[in-house]
Design a protein around this ligand. Structure first.
Ligand code: FMN
Length: 216
């Protein structure tokens, strides 16, 4: 009788362990599947201007592509002003020497610049602190007082690096470009497809950058 109870208990524990393991593997698998991101274009190019030694790095992180498009737009504005510009995703930047200035951008996710953008600031703060730098943030604050949100984002950025110039631009929500999990979170927050980017404002900021960073 005792033996039977022991056997039952043992086989119950075995089955429970197999069950827990199966559920854990399924959860990890589902979480992984939920975070798979649709392919997003991440432009990288050099806008070369002859007869200038003024070279600017414009680097960015993006999840759904809208910050990449803003970075591309800023780069082209700087090229038009006579600067040679390298546009690169932050993960691909290997060397900051040779740049007169660095312009960096990231979207906000859950109140912060995204991981690789913060990592870039943290890893390169020593070098960045010796050059003029500008940071642009693409975001869609949920609170009415946008300035309050921007102030919070700037405080977060400054934990890693203090840029000479910082700007905040309203961004874009494109649900089809999000992972399943991000789309789920966004829909829960009643987010809908919209593009609030103000290209005139972004253009004016880019036009004013060389003066603000004393590059002229
Ligand atoms: C899952 C998720 C979380 C977000 N969290 C914030 C946030 O905390 N604050 C904010 O201002 N914007 C937030 N946004 C809005 C994005 O910053 C905005 O859509 C931006 O344009 C995205 O840039 P990207 O297209 O380069 O990824 C969030 C967007 C998503 C999809």
């Amino acid at each position: 009788m005792d033996n039977n109870i022991k056997m039952d208990r043992r086989s119950f524990l075995k089955k429970a362990a197999v069950g827990v393991a199966a559920v854990s593997v399924s959860c990890v698998g589902l979480t992984y599947v939920g975070t798979i991101q649709p392919e997003i274009e991440q432009p990288r190019y050099t806008g070369e201007i002859m007869n200038t030694n003024k070279r600017i790095l414009v680097t960015y992180a993006t999840r759904a592509g809208s910050t990449a498009e803003v970075a591309d737009f800023i780069s082209k504005q700087l090229v038009q002003q006579g600067f040679s510009v390298d546009l690169q995703p932050v993960k691909q930047v290997s060397d900051l020497s040779g740049y007169q200035a660095v312009v960096m951008g990231s979207p906000i996710r859950m109140g912060k610049w995204v991981g690789e953008a913060n990592q870039f600031l943290q890893n390169n703060n020593d070098v960045l602190s010796k050059k003029p730098t500008a940071a642009f943030t693409v975001c869609m604050p949920q609170i009415e007082d946008h300035q309050q949100a921007f102030d919070g984002y700037l405080t977060q950025i400054k934990a890693y690096h203090t840029p000479n110039e910082a700007a905040f631009f309203l961004g874009k929500m494109a649900l089809e470009k999000l992972s399943f999990l991000d789309r789920f979170i966004s829909k829960t927050l009643k987010a809908k497809d919209e593009d609030l980017r103000d290209w005139e404002k972004i253009g004016a900021w880019a036009q004013a950058l060389p003066n603000k960073l004393s590059l002229n």
